[in-house]
Design a protein around this ligand. Structure first.
Ligand code: XMP
Length: 187
């Protein structure tokens, strides 16, 4: 068989290594175990980039929990913060339950803050947020996650679930694309 193209060929540099991801996951799992470990929480993953992170996270959590998913995106920067498009809602009843929303990356803050507002109205016992990556320089509204894996600078990243045009999700690290590939994207 000839050589096949690898998504690694498009990566300019690795921003968060596999070892750093492991360490971040260990820290997050420790905090979650301490703070919601006995509460039979529901972890709600925000599709789709979260699938790798959430899969690795839940396997570090040795307590009773539920996993559900929501597919939502904010309408963008020109519209009122808080406008959410829900492509798939959660299946579970969250009233009276301890909920942790899990997302791959916190960027402008619009998606997570709108999700928090929406789910809060359903009367959970508690509602927390957990993100693998945090890009504070991009924030357009005041919002901080309760649990943050790694803070990163203002660059567009792919890998470990994060995509560019649906590609690169399978890279085991978080990397920066070669500039000629992402130039037209926001950074
Ligand atoms: P907010 O509302 O915080 O939304 O802007 C975060 C969502 O934006 C996407 N996003 C990225 N996706 N590389 C990606 O692959 C990035 O660097 C990046 N920054 C933001 C992502 O869908 C996230 O859920």
């Amino acid at each position: 068989m000839g050589s096949r193209p690898s998504p690694r060929d498009d990566i300019e540099r690795i921003l968060v290594t596999e070892q750093q991801l492991e360490a971040a996951l260990d820290r997050l799992a420790e905090s979650l175990t301490r703070e919601v470990g006995g509460a039979d929480p529901i972890l709600i993953g925000v599709l789709g980039g979260v699938f790798v992170f959430l899969a690795d996270l839940v396997r570090r959590l040795d307590f009773a929990l539920e996993v559900d998913f929501i597919d939502a995106e904010s309408y963008g920067e020109d519209t009122e913060a808080g406008e959410l498009k829900i492509m798939k809602d959660v299946d579970c009843e969250i009233r009276g339950r301890h909920v942790v929303i899990v997302d791959d990356i916190l960027d402008t803050g619009q998606t997570l803050s709108a999700l928090v507002r929406m789910l809060q109205e359903r009367g959970p016992a508690s509602l927390r947020t957990c993100v693998l990556l945090d890009k504070p320089a991009r924030r357009v509204i005041e919002f901080e996650a309760d649990y943050v894996g790694v803070r990163i600078p203002n660059v567009f990243v792919v890998g470990y679930g994060l995509d560019f045009a649906q590609r690169y999700r399978n890279l085991p690290f978080v990397g920066v694309l070669r500039p000629e590939l992402y130039d037209k994207r926001r950074t």
